[in-house]
Design a protein around this ligand. Structure first.
Ligand code: MSP
Length: 509
């Protein structure tokens, strides 16, 4: 019986077109998904678009479209990018879909019926870009404390969610589940925030209409974050609690950026508690990308467009760079120079050269046919042990979502391979007919180690892994039962590899 795994990305607002910040979360979710699938899990990977709310309504007005026209247009751009980035999602949810609206109305009514949503009056500040309410004491000079843009005073009738009631239960949950919020520094921030006291939360609006109506009071639309967060269960068929919901909920991990942690680690769990539903197992907040040292923004015209990067450098180079360059959970800086450096040194030089050298040698010495190895020497055994250790390390690092460490562990074996060639000097062995068996063994170790490298790389760089494995004569998709040493068979035909990643020589502006 296969184990299930449920991973989600945030659903992206449709008032903006996709940039590397969005691509980053989705890519991380994809790599985790592919890795878990490799290890034999049945994975449900959810992404989608957040299409309601004032921000989207305003953007649509500005573009002279209806909100739905805007959403239809922009969500296609997200889907096209995910295709180009080889994102293997299981489902794409749009908050304007019937299945979603039905689930949101249901959970809202359920919480209202049991007394945790009540009608009141609201007088506070609202930041539309963040879709967030602030109190008098939180705003600074009429500006949003998060994004520093102007806030508006709102006074309206509103439904409130009794979030205050769940303060202690939430703290107890965070306490009892040390891995619930990650990384740790972020967990501490949330704990302090909750300890300062949770106020009841306004969960409806009357000043605009683009949203899901409050059941029984159509003057109100449901607060966009209440609507959006619920996507994680409506995509599983909620309120139907059989089927996918029973199989996959609670989520194994919600992957998000650090700016939306409070919504996921405070609001969402308390909504679920009120609805009597289990909480997600983990919320992981990653850091933010700056670009050449600066905050990415439309006004600075420095928004990095993933389509352009992929066209220029190739999809797997971009996938590799984003997850290798910065430890997941920390902020990072994007620069073309750093990307080109990674391509030339890690991909062209280390990974590509190793494959070229090995596949060329076996063709030269054994007509491309894998031979049965003799007994391993100490050097061979050390190389084999390092390869086997890599499989275990990657497993442990992926458990922590330490993508860059997992890639480092793989690259240690790639480097060890290049060193192994230098040490064993196959060209010298080839000159001595009595060393034929020894030469065959060296070739075997080199190819078998790389087979395991490409098995693991299939999560990160699916196309490169498929190419590498094709050169290595491996038929079929990589799977967990092929993750042990010694499965490359005698007689397998190895093809001389073309460079996987040509060096990039051009000067980058
Ligand atoms: N719609 C909400 C999420 C609702 S989830 C129930 C939203 N959408 S968003 O489109 O504005 O942002 C989506 C994600 O992109 C967030 O996780 C955010 O952290 C991420 N990023 C946006 N800019 C980013 C960077 N510059 N760097 C890294 N991630 C960034 O918020």
């Amino acid at each position: 019986m296969s184990r299930t795994f449920y991973v989600t990305t945030p659903i992206y607002y449709v008032n903006d077109v996709p940039h590397i910040g969005h691509a980053y979360t989705t890519l991380a979710a994809d790599v985790l998904t592919r890795y878990k699938r490799l290890m034999g899990h049945e994975v449900f990977f959810l992404t989608g678009t957040d299409e309601h709310g004032q921000k989207v309504e305003k953007a649509a007005n500005a573009a002279g479209e209806t909100p739905l026209e805007l959403a239809d247009r922009v969500m296609k751009r997200f889907q096209a990018l995910w295709e180009k980035l080889d994102i293997s999602y299981s489902d794409f949810i749009r908050t304007t879909q019937e299945r979603h609206k039905r689930g949101v109305s249901h959970i809202f009514s359920k919480i209202m019926e049991q007394g945790d949503i009540y009608l009141g009056e609201y007088e506070d500040w609202y930041c539309t870009p963040c879709e967030t309410f602030w109190t008098e004491t939180q705003v600074i000079d009429n500006k949003c404390p998060d994004c520093n843009r102007p806030v508006e005073k709102l006074k309206e009738e509103s439904y409130f969610f009794r979030m205050s009631k769940y303060q202690e239960a939430l703290l107890a949950h965070i306490e009892a589940n040390p891995d619930f919020i990650q990384p740790k520094s972020k967990r501490n921030e949330i704990v302090s925030f909750v300890k300062e006291g949770l106020r009841d939360l306004s969960v409806s609006r009357t000043s605009f209409t683009w949203g899901i109506p409050v059941p029984g009071n159509e003057k109100h639309v449901i607060y966009v974050w209440f609507d959006a967060l619920t996507n994680y269960i409506t995509a599983l068929g909620y309120p139907d609690e059989a089927g996918d919901f029973a199989r996959f909920w609670p989520a194994d991990v919600h992957l998000i950026g650090k700016d939306i942690l409070r919504f996921h680690a405070v609001y969402w769990p308390t909504f679920l508690m009120a609805a009597g539903l289990p909480l997600p197992k983990k919320v992981f907040a990653h850091g933010w990308w700056t670009v050449e040292g600066q905050k990415m923004s439309k006004s600075l015209q420095n928004v990095v467009e993933p389509n352009m990067l992929i066209d220029r450098y190739g999809v797997d180079a971009v996938r590799y760079f984003l997850l290798r360059e910065v430890p997941f959970g920390l902020d990072g800086d994007f620069s073309h120079a750093a990307l080109v450096h990674r391509i030339n040194s890690d991909l062209a030089n280390d990974l590509g050269n190793l494959l070229n050298r090995s596949t060329a040698m076996i063709n030269k010495y054994f007509d491309g046919l894998v031979q049965t190895p003799e007994e391993l020497t100490e050097t061979d055994s050390a190389y084999r042990a390092k390869t086997e250790e890599m499989v275990r390390q990657v497993e442990a690092f992926m458990e922590e979502l330490a993508f860059s460490k997992a890639l480092q562990a793989i690259w240690e074996v790639v480097s060890a391979g290049n060193k192994y060639i230098d040490e064993t000097a196959p060209w010298t062995l080839a000159k001595d007919p009595s060393q034929k068996g020894r030469l065959a063994t060296v070739m075997y170790c080199l190819l078998e180690s790389q087979r395991l490298v490409y098995f693991l790389l299939s999560a990160f760089m699916p196309r490169t892994a498929a190419k590498g494995l094709a050169y290595l004569g491996w038929e079929g998709a990589p799977a967990a039962d092929g993750l042990s040493w010694g499965m490359l068979r005698e007689g397998t035909r190895i093809t001389k590899a073309e460079p996987l990643f040509p060096r990039i020589e051009d000067k980058i502006e």
